[in-house]
Ligand binder design. Sequence first.
Ligand code: LMR
Length: 307
Amino acid sequence: MKVTVVGAGNVGATCADVLAYREIANEVVLVDIKEGVAEGKALDIWQKAPINLYDTRTIGATNDYAKTADSDVIVITSGVPRKPGMTRDDLISINAGVVKTVTENVVKYSPEAIIILVSNPLDVMTYQAHITSKFPRTRVIGMAGILDTARYRAFLAEELNVSPKDIQAVLMGGHGDTMVPLPRYTTVGGIPVTELIDAEKLDAIIERTKFGGGELVKLMGTSAWYAPGSAAAQMVEAIVKDQRRVFPVCIKLEGEYGIDDCYLGVPVILGKNGIEKVIELDLNDEEKALLETSRQHVLEVMKVLDK
Ligand code: LMR
């Protein structure tokens, strides 16, 4: 299996590294616009192979998309990250053009690939890649839900002093402050989380999750990369190994949840064809209202892209 990662910044390089050391693909091509950066990072990852014992071939390319030809999966991380004080939506003016150009280039060489978007604002960059590629919606997928639920699960694991492995959760909506964590669907080793934590503490964790990306931007002066890069790699793994994992991801909704005009995070089954199935949860009125607020927010940003 061949996987291309476009953007050799922190997120792209982390994703390529995870793909390599976990041997998720046979070949990983890392592409960047900055002369030598992708080649350097790919070489560094390859030189780590004899130490960490893997044989995934990693190749770098400066803006040479011919090297990405016939990729099975393409991860787009290109664009700029936010700085303190910015929202993800503030990045649209720069990142929309970048994602459009990158998408045009990758589809030329890999017309059958599955595209995973990581660039922000995530839901609208998924829209951009979808309309640019003209691929079916099942092959243009945004990575956000795995990252947001990972933050939620990590905070819960810390609070309950249990392994994060035992926390299962789902989260819906846009990748922003209006995201919708779903405590009703959160369990700890099969036990509903509401039986283990009081409502006030759970609410505080939900709020922290919504602003989880911003917390890191404030601490580091730039966006996170370890968890986002690993989350994208986990999606690649589900696809190339046809694992049929159940993850929340961003996709164009076509009637599911009564929505057909918006790109939002929903739980899906992820396998060799990309989105194998969208799972429709039976949301209660409160959850539906939160999802609608999130839809309205994403629609506003989609309108900015349309203009
Ligand atoms: C994240 O959630 O870490 C990413 O979307 C990057 C960011 O700026 O928050």
